[in-house]
Ligand binder design. Structure first.
Ligand SMILES: [Zn+2]
Length: 142
């Protein structure tokens, strides 16, 4: 582990004003919830603004979730038809987070940067396979 470079001191990193710097002044209670909601809003807006894939998957979800609610005969079936579509959005958000972090590190080509992005892309693909599999199993298996 001695070849791992020390991280920059926290004080030298750019840090959004108004947010706590140490575990000691982490926000609690309603203030923590309010800050988390702000982060969530920025995350969703950032994904919508910067990620064409997220916009497309959101459009698919908005179109197909009502279909799943309509096709499902029981609460269990509706849950199985809806959940994989939300899962696609979750995986896309995490994939976008990986892409943002990799791009923050630098724009030069690196094997591991490419691998990180390819892994995120593969995760999105598998989430689509999961959605298709569950839909087929629910709708053909009854
Ligand atoms: Zn992307």
């Amino acid at each position: 582990m001695s070849d791992v470079p020390n991280r920059e001191p926290a004080a030298r990193l750019p840090y959004p004003a108004g947010l706590p710097r140490t575990a000691h002044d982490k926000p609690v209670g309603l203030r923590r919830i309010a800050l988390a909601f702000g982060a969530t809003s920025r995350g969703l807006a950032g994904a919508f603004r910067n990620e064409a894939a997220f916009r497309q998957e959101l459009a698919v979800a908005v179109a197909v979730i009502p279909l799943g609610l309509w096709l499902g005969r029981t609460g269990m079936e509706r849950a199985l038809l809806v959940a994989p579509l939300l899962n696609i959005l979750i995986v896309e958000l995490l994939n976008s987070a990986v892409e943002a972090a990799v791009d923050r590190i630098g724009s030069e080509r690196h094997e591991l940067s490419g691998l990180a992005k390819d892994l995120g892309s593969a995760a999105v693909f598998v989430s689509f396979v999961l959605a298709g599999t569950v839909w087929l199993l629910v709708l053909l298996g009854r």
